[in-house]
Design a protein around this ligand. Structure first.
Ligand code: UD1
Ligand code: CA
Length: 473
């Protein structure tokens, strides 16, 4: 680390026209977090004296999206170039600081790379570079015969020979504030874009004998900028790959395919967890040991204890799932749900704001909302808690070892005692005491010789339009 205190300037004034979006460019998310807050997190990891954010458009939106961060905001009313942008922040920065310039639209830069850059600069100038096979669009690093950096030339100002140079300016650099102040004051707009170029400071440093050091970024994705949706998608994939590999390496997570895994938040896993393809993890998710997640599942802000299996196609949000449970396929667990040990929730079941006791089962086609279920409850297929009267939500309390027959409607508020049995197809409107049977024993009425409107019995049997059968007849 350099001895000089560091002030970080994050450039974020560009409009981002090519995104064709109403959202300011730097607020577009990469792996669930805005590019700008990613850069601010990285800046904070360097423990700088201060962070300056240079914004131009949609200042209120940008500032409020970064409300959790300590940033000194600086307005750049007109985008007159990167040199002009840095100058807006510089008046507040003391001469003995190192100024580290970052870009709000270069989100994957690592703190370790910036530390290496500043160590390399050693109080003088440091330029982060990258070798690109196709350097089109970037500023090229100019060196003399000895290899000393003498300047940076922008693509649009470069001669055909200079355009052959594949060592480019990544756009991130650090410079001593005192010198930078002087260099910026001498910039002019005599270039192809009519802008104040920060990069022109490099030739000034060279002219004054201030050493210019470079640090070659080992991973080109770290310095990939985002100007359009295609680059945003590419950076998203790179970030996802980085996260997937970190999870496999650091936490021993087994991923069926690291290229088909999306983490938009944080994931902590125990030993021997497995995640199948096309799973999306959002918010803060924790998995215990030996948890298996089936394909095409989305999990947000959820804790899943050891030994639990999620089959495919589940939607899980803000839920706590105990040990050795089985959920899915096609289950939806909505906020406020908890499943105790050994519980089961099967296909086409929706559970909301409900505590399911140990060993209880809701295996098929049910809606259970605003309820508590004791231990060993069996909820039959087609059971519905009628929790909503059109205005308010009501609670259903179900005791231990209750057996609910298929297609029952439980009209809340309702209390069902321990050991109750509910016959299939029962609409339960009143509380039921422990160990009783609730049954709706209205039998279907049989009407003999029934004809459907306009139909004779003969018509009905004819209607199965099967020509071979007709041939036999
Ligand atoms: C800049 C560098 C170029 C480098 C490239 C890497 C200059 C002159 N050129 O070029 O050498 O290879 O980055 O990506 O610095 N910004 C402002 N205010 C302004 C202008 C820009 O805040 O007035 C911000 C932009 O929002 C962006 C960053 O500065 O985050 C870089 O600006 P951009 O116009 O993209 O620079 P390039 O022309 O790509
Ligand atoms: Ca530009």
């Amino acid at each position: 680390m350099p001895i000089n205190p560091v002030s970080v300037v994050v450039l974020a004034a560009g409009e981002g026209k090519r995104m064709r979006s109403n959202t300011p460019k730097v607020l577009h998310p990469v792996a669930g977090r805005s590019m700008l807050t990613r850069v601010l997190d990285t800046a904070n990891a360097l423990s700088p004296q201060a962070i300056y954010g240079v914004y131009g458009h949609a200042g209120d939106t940008v500032r409020s999206a970064c409300a959790d961060y300590t940033v000194s905001w600086v307005h750049q009313a007109e985008q007159l170039g990167t040199g002009h942008a840095v100058a807006q922040a510089l008046s507040a920065i003391p001469d003995d600081h190192q100024v580290l310039v970052l870009c709000g639209d270069v989100p994957l830069i690592r703190a370790t790379t910036l530390q290496a850059l500043m160590a390399q600069a050693d109080g003088a100038v440091g330029v982060l570079t990258v070798e690109l096979e196709t350097p089109t669009g970037y500023g090229r690093i100019l060196r003399d015969a000895d290899g000393t950096v003498i300047g940076v030339v922008e693509e649009k100002d470069a001669s055909p020979a200079q355009r052959q140079i594949t060592e480019v300016n990544a756009g991130l650099m650090c410079l001593p504030a005192g010198h930078l102040r002087e260099w910026l004051s001498e910039l002019d707009t005599g270039n192809a874009q009519g802008e104040y170029y920060l990069t022109d400071c490099i030739s000034q440093a060279h002219a004054q004998g201030v050493p210019v050091h470079t640090y070659a970024c080992p991973d080109p994705w770290e310095v990939q900028g985002v100007n359009d949706r295609a680059q945003l998608a590419a950076v998203e994939r790179a970030c996802q790959r980085r996260q997937a590999h970190a999870l496999m390496r650091d936490q021993g997570l087994a991923l069926a395919d690291p290229d088909r895994f999306d983490l938009r938040g944080s994931l902590q896993v125990g030993r021997d967890c497995f995640i199948d393809v096309d799973v999306i993890i959002e918010g803060d998710v924790v998995l215990g040991d030996n948890v298996q997640i089936g394909a095409f599942t989305q999990i947000r802000d959820t804790h899943i204890a050891a030994g639990t299996r999620l089959l495919g196609h589940c939607q899980i949000e803000d839920t706590h799932i105990g040990e050795d449970c089985q959920v899915g396929p096609f289950a939806r667990l909505r906020p406020g749900t908890s499943l105790a040990k050994d519980a089961r929730v099967g296909n086409f079941v929706e559970v909301k704001q409900t505590q399911v006791g140990p060993g209880s089962k809701i295996n098929h086609l049910a809606y259970v909302g605003d309820a508590t279920l004791g231990a060993g409850v069996n909820v039959g297929a087609g059971t519905i808690t009628c929790n909503y009267d059109g205005k308010r939500k009501h609670h259903t309390a179900i005791g231990d070892h209750v057996f609910i027959g298929s297609n029952s409607a439980l009209v809340a508020p309702l209390e069902i005692g321990n050991g109750v049995t509910i016959g299939a197809g029962t609409t339960v409107r009143d509380n039921i005491a422990a160990d009783c049977l609730a049954v709706d024993d209205r039998r279907p009425r049989q009407v003999d010789g029934w004809r459907r409107p306009g139909e004779s019995v003969v018509d009905r049997h004819d209607s199965d339009d099967d020509s071979t059968a007709k041939g036999v007849r």
